[in-house]
Design a binder for this molecule. Structure first.
Ligand code: IPM
Ligand code: MG
Length: 359
């Protein structure tokens, strides 16, 4: 098969981790007989520097016209003082909205090889951590009106959190469908004891549940969920939640698996063109030092193969190659532990590539 991939290297460690993911994709193409064409896209801080805009329209079009988009990370202190609507992150939000990718899927799964890296007690980790957060990605407070004005002579900031029934229903369906393909348990997370948007959220989820009698639906308040994720993560199968709650909970969920550097994500909308990115940030403090962990991006490329290109064997090959790399005792600095061999970003990519097509 031939696929056109838009590639956003981004800022900070973005370029170096994306480089390793592309090498992995090249190896997959070679082993399985595919052709992957890459088109570079400027987005984030580097696009601000080059074009004065975190996502010029032409760059968005390149993404929308591709078969899928692979993204490293964007942002950095260098752009902290630019106005809110010109920040690197705004490019990412415009990209997500422009591609219509409303459903963000973030797995929290512990690699058995990394169980010691989890900050949780062994007795908790041993019960198993394997759940997915389905996060609504293009609505809610991220996309409501943001403004700062003077009220009674004082600066006052306003951010609007708004959800329509349709927006909730479409992400709710993804939650139910995802649960149906897994352990058939869906936990809907909201703040219905305080927020109207959450009360509507809960109502829509329960109406949808009628259509999915095989899936067990439960409700959880977001503050309780934050607590339960560290108390007993084994209780979760699929969590579905709104944009900002999903942002926060997915960082927490990634940390209990050992390293945020290991977690990929997929974002999909109505079609098969998806956006694939690790969930960590651009880590400018370690950029260019060849010590970043590229696995989150490599596994994001695997998700692209699986969910957008319908290449499950190829995706398995990449995931197995990562597992074999960990089995062999190699670790980047973020997950380094005693007795393991520390490697840099490039070397990590190389070792994983060497495991593809071996079986
Ligand atoms: C994420 C990030 C982004 C978000 C930022 C960079 C805008 O934290 O993908 O989780 O908040 O969605
Ligand atoms: Mg986040």
């Amino acid at each position: 098969m031939e696929k056109n991939i838009a590639v956003i290297r981004g800022d900070g460690i973005g370029p170096e981790i994306v480089e390793q993911a592309l090498r992995v994709l090249d190896k997959v193409a070679e082993v399985f007989g595919h052709t992957f064409n890459y088109t570079d896209v400027d987005m984030g801080g580097c696009a601000i520097d080059k074009w004065g805009d975190p996502l010029p329209q032409e760059m968005l079009e390149r993404c929308v016209n591709s078969d899928s988009v692979l993204l490293g990370a964007v942002g950095g202190n260098k752009w902290n003082d630019v106005p809110g609507d010109k920040r690197p992150e705004k490019g990412l939000l415009r990209l997500r909205a422009g591609m219509g990718v409303y459903s963000n899927n973030r797995p929290a799964k512990i690699w058995p090889q990394l169980a010691d890296a989890s900050p949780l007690k062994k007795s908790v980790v041993d019960k198993g951590i394997d759940f997915i957060i389905v996060r609504e990605l293009i609505g809610g407070i991220y996309f409501g009106e943001h403004k700062t004005e003077t009220v009674d002579g004082k600066p006052t900031a306003i951010d609007v959190l708004k959800y329509s029934e349709d927006e909730i229903e479409r992400i709710g369906r993804i939650g139910f469908e995802t649960a149906r393909k897994r352990g058939k348990r869906l936990c809907s997370v909201e703040k219905s004891n305080v927020l109207d948007s959450s009360r509507l959220w809960k109502k829509v989820m329960h109406a949808l549940a009628e259509e999915y009698p095989d899936v067990e639906l439960s409700d959880m308040l977001v503050d309780n969920c934050a607590m339960q994720i560290v108390k007993d993560p084994s209780q979760f199968d699929v969590v579905v939640t709104e944009n900002m709650f999903g942002d926060i909970l997915s960082d927490e969920a990634s940390m209990i698996t050992g390293s945020i550097g290991m977690i990929p994500s997929s974002s999909l909308g109505a079609g098969t063109c998806g956006l694939y990115e690790p969930i960590h940030g651009s880590a400018p403090d370690i950029a260019g030092m060849d010590i970043a962990n590229p696995i989150g991006t490599i596994l994001s490329a695997a998700m692209m193969l699986r969910f957008s290109f319908d290449m499950p064997e190829e995706a398995d090959a990449v995931e197995n190659a990562v597992s074999a790399y960990l089995d062999a005792g190699y670790r980047t600095a973020d997950i380094m532990s005693e007795g393991m061999t520390q490697v840099g970003c490039k070397k990590c990519g190389e070792l994983i590539i060497a495991n593809i097509g071996k079986e």
